[in-house]
Design a binder for this molecule. Structure first.
Ligand SMILES: C[S@@+](CC[C@H](N)C(=O)[O-])C[C@H]1O[C@@H](n2cnc3c(N)ncnc32)[C@H](O)[C@@H]1O
Length: 251
């Protein structure tokens, strides 16, 4: 028997980048709790009588706290309704899915996860290159620049030395700090960075930068969320220590 509650990935904000399974779950939904970044057209897949509840957390807006969202999900499941929790991208990537699954599990409800196209994949497609390749991009790190309150700062020097492409989510406001921390750890300021806004949507925009000019380019181009930074595997700057120093971390 399929669980009553499905955590469904809506993809990067374009309904045609949703999976067939996501559409199927929406068609069967009695209530849909959705994020702000979800394409409104995605909600049209739910039956007209299904309740739609926007529980998105706009930056700086606090009224939909995570505990409140958790309580709503549990209450709807207790009513025996088919619940879809529709999240942008993949629900398991920086989506606080773990907290919702734990709250539902504590109340005795199993949860099904329906994966979605995460922003890093959509952004790579937008710039027409693979996220990884066998020669130059052999690993990929998905990094959030927006740490949970009280979490220890990220070790950007180690991340920069990992020989991996860095896909930085929620990084626009902190791009300058992130770049500075990577460079303080020895990354070459000439390291290319692709800034992709609204990946996957008709109004997507790509902006090329380097670590050295990232903050200035973001300000000059008025880059806005949702946007993701794809940082090439940082080269070591000339004269940088072989072993990274622990750099001042953003956040
Ligand atoms: C809370 S995280 C959620 C990530 C989402 N679960 C995913 O898998 O893509 C929100 C961040 O994802 C990134 N993001 C989401 N949709 C995007 C899009 N269409 N284009 C670029 N970045 C996007 C942005 O960095 C945004 O600040």
């Amino acid at each position: 028997v399929r669980p009553l509650v499905s955590l469904v990935g809506a993809g990067p904000g374009a309904a045609d980048l949703m999976t067939l399974r996501a559409v199927e779950r929406l068609r069967a939904a009695e209530v849909v709790f959705h994020d702000r970044l979800v394409d409104p057209a995605a909600l049209d897949f739910a039956p007209p009588q299904a309740e739609r509840v926007l529980v998105g957390k706009a930056p700086g807006v606090r009224e939909w706290s995570q505990p409140r969202i958790n309580r709503l999900l549990v209450a709807a499941a207790r009513q025996g309704r088919r619940v879809v929790r529709l999240k942008c991208g993949d629900p398991g990537v920086f989506g606080r899915a773990g907290e919702e699954i734990a709250a539902l599990a504590e109340a005795g409800f199993a949860v099904e996860i329906v994966p979605g196209v995460t922003a890093a994949s959509a952004a790579a497609a937008e710039i027409g290159r693979p996220l990884t390749d066998r020669a130059a991009r052999r690993s990929l790190l998905l990094v959030s620049a927006h740490p949970a309150e009280g979490a220890p700062p990220l070790d950007w020097a180690a991340l920069g030395a990992a020989d991996a492409t860095l896909a930085v989510y929620m990084g626009v406001a902190r791009a300058g700090e992130v770049a500075a921390a990577l460079m303080a750890g020895g990354a070459d300021p000439a390291t290319p960075v692709a800034v992709v806004e609204r990946a996957g949507r008709a109004d997507a925009r790509r902006t090329a930068a380097t670590l050295g000019d990232l903050a200035a380019v973001i300000a000059a181009q008025a880059v806005r969320n949702p946007a993701i930074l794809l940082i090439d595997p940082p080269r070591r700057a000339a004269g940088a220590a072989a072993a990274p120093r622990r750099a001042a971390a953003a956040g």
